[in-house]
Design a protein around this ligand. Sequence first.
Ligand code: PEP
Length: 253
Amino acid sequence: MKKTPLVVANWKMHPGSSSAAKSLMRETAKALARTRGVDVAVAPPSVFLGELQPLIAGKKLRLAAQNVFYEKLGAYTGEVSVPMLKSVGAALAIVGHSERRALGETDELVNKKARAVIAGGLAAIACVGESKRDARGDYLSFVEKQLRAACAGVSAQALGKLVIAYEPIWAIGTGTNATPHDAHEMKLFIQRILTDTYGRAGAAKVRILYGGSVTAKNAGELMQDGAVDGFLVGGASLRAAEFASICRSAASS
Ligand code: PEP
């Protein structure tokens, strides 16, 4: 059965002020007003979540966090917990983005975060992806290791709350997206590993997104020929009209 696609805007550390974040959210909501057939979430910097929450009231848009900590409360200076994110409207949280892994986040930490997010009732968007491709296919075992680590201890019953984002690092913010063929190959590979672990019915609950230089121009073919279940969008999500066009491409394929 075809899944409803999911498109997630990762604003990263943009825009630079609360008023600019509110303007971008208003523009995004307006651009998406008549879009149906796709689930859409926006991940702003956490500090803006609370004030963006009223702007999505009554709309199909949901809020996501870009990062989270696995403990609920305590002496963890600078961290933000799942219940805190939930209290300011987040319904999803990205874990293991490559830009956080580059700052030292390990597979083990990503797994702790994913499990905490799911246990707290939010959906976890776990990111995996290789830094380079090689002719021997070592990138496949690299992604497999990340995927198996991220899912460790996640039960089959919880899979409705798990999303995997395949984001090859070489494609993030570079303007060079994976080809639809590459995205499709990796989607099938991820699906096979999930099927190994959870069986076909369990694996079928997990949406597998592609991320890495998605634009209005390449979104249609990545959806159709890549057969992914949606996108994680960085740079292009800061342009409301383009982001909405990407969401429409996801909805219509
Ligand atoms: C991302 O930040 O997850 C991302 C995919 O960025 P971009 O779309 O800019 O490549």
